[in-house]
Write a protein that binds this ligand. Structure first.
Ligand SMILES: Cc1ncc(COP(=O)(O)O)c(C=O)c1O
Length: 387
């Protein structure tokens, strides 16, 4: 980590701990890691060797999984707006999840070029929402109401259903109700002639960003509810899949950046560090969002919470001071936090930001202003740090 002004550090032990918790909470389920959350190759390898598959959100992520020798059945590719090239590339390499009736027709035609006989899935935009409200219009998935009028298919067979409504839920009852609704949806479709082997529930398991106003998802209570559901719906499908992202890695990463300058401007003390919006965008994005009103759920995954991380100083100072912490871009928005009390920091000290393992590095503006790219490091369970 030497010579890196700004870098991420991911901790394998935390990832493995979170995977263990998920395995206890969802016994008998498969976990397809949502690669877009954090596609760092060490993170991917850790999850793959521990039995996960990959939820790919693009043909590029299918290629990434293929490069890591992930088996075809262990890659699920779901995204709106796939091109014919995407479909042609992905079809022989993974399970493609169709996102619209039009895409289903194109997929069937392309499958014909390969001789047909493919099992695929459909993403459904269900009639239910996450919070006991009716489902609304969406760019994701095929509306439930349209499922009886899907195009006739010759070269592909729908054998799985996929849903994902909302990320970052901290209420176990909300999630349990959602899973029950999805099981019931699968049962309903079976009575209407669909043959469903796989149910993919997406994800939605959240993490605490701000301890002052959030409480962790109660995994024991969720686990009890999930066990009851899997008993009630035993036999509904052969394979049940959850696609966790942030629950696995969100809290397993920190972002660190070195203070390059410290100055006082008209009574305000500024700490200026590298890698602001171009390193870890989420704190600045939350600050920008606050200017326009309360942070809304629709802003996921870029903005989850008004205070998306804790900031600490990696020194042993015993006194504190109130500072505004910024990045070093020529933008007034490049601000990590305003007027916060921190241990007294000096140029050369590192700042550490928590909750930086998911939707962080790849979501930041890394190409902006030709600044050096932030680095990523990975601490293995044996304590070795690798790049
Ligand atoms: C289709 C799909 N699956 C899985 C995920 C991962 O969700 P989470 O980060 O809540 O685990 C997402 C996130 O947006 C998604 O869109």
């Amino acid at each position: 980590m030497k010579n890196a002004d700004a870098y991420y550090l991911y901790d394998e032990a935390v990832i493995l701990d979170n995977l263990r918790t998920l395995k206890q909470t969802f016994p008998g389920f498969r976990f397809f890691y949502s690669a877009k959350t954090n596609p760092n190759r060490h993170v991917l390898q850790t999850l793959l060797v521990n039995g996960c598959g990959i939820d790919a959100a693009s043909a590029g992520e299918v290629r990434l999984a293929e490069g890591l020798s992930v088996a075809k059945d262990d890659i699920s590719y779901s995204a709106p707006g796939k091109t014919d090239e995407d479909l042609r590339y992905a079809l022989p390499r993974c399970r493609v999840i169709a996102d619209s009736a039009g895409e289903l027709s194109r997929l069937d035609k392309i499958a014909g070029e390969f001789g047909g006989g493919f099992e695929i899935g459909i993403r459904i935009n269900p009639a239910f929402g996450m919070d006991a409200v009716a489902g609304g219009p969406s760019q994701f998935g095929i509306d439930y109401e349209l499922l009886d009028s899907l195009p006739a298919l010759q070269n592909v067979k729908i054998t799985s259903i996929h849903t994902h409504i909302q990320s970052q839920n901290l209420g176990w009852e909300t999630l349990a109700r959602y899973y029950e609704n999805v099981f019931a949806l699968a049962e309903n479709l079976k009575t209407r002639g669909f043959s469903i082997r796989i149910i993919n529930f997406g994800s939605g398991c959240g993490i605490v960003y701000d301890k002052s106003c959030q409480t962790p998802l109660d995994m024991e209570a969720l686990g009890d509810a999930v066990r009851k559901l899997t008993e009630k719906y035993a036999g509904t499908a052969e394979t049940l899949i959850i696609e966790p992202g942030r629950y696995l890695v969100g809290k397993a990463g920190v972002f660190r950046t070195r203070i390059i300058d410290k100055k006082v401007s008209r009574g305000k003390t500024y700490l200026i560090a590298s890698g602001g919006m171009n390193g870890f965008l989420r704190p600045a994005a939350a600050n920008i969002a606050k200017l326009y009103g309360p942070v809304s759920r629709g802003a996921e995954p870029l903005i989850s919470c008004e205070t998306p991380c804790e900031i600490s100083v990696l020194n042993s100072a015993e006194t504190t001071e109130v500072v505004t912490v910024t990045g070093n871009l020529c933008s007034g928005f490049d601000v990590f936090a305003r007027d916060i009390a921190l241990p007294k920091a000096e140029v050369g000290d590192y700042l550490e930001f928590s909750n930086a393992g998911s939707y962080a590095c790849t979501l930041s503006l890394r190409e902006f202003a030709a600044q050096p790219k932030v680095k990523e490091f990975f601490r293995t369970v044996s304590g070795e740090v690798v790049e």
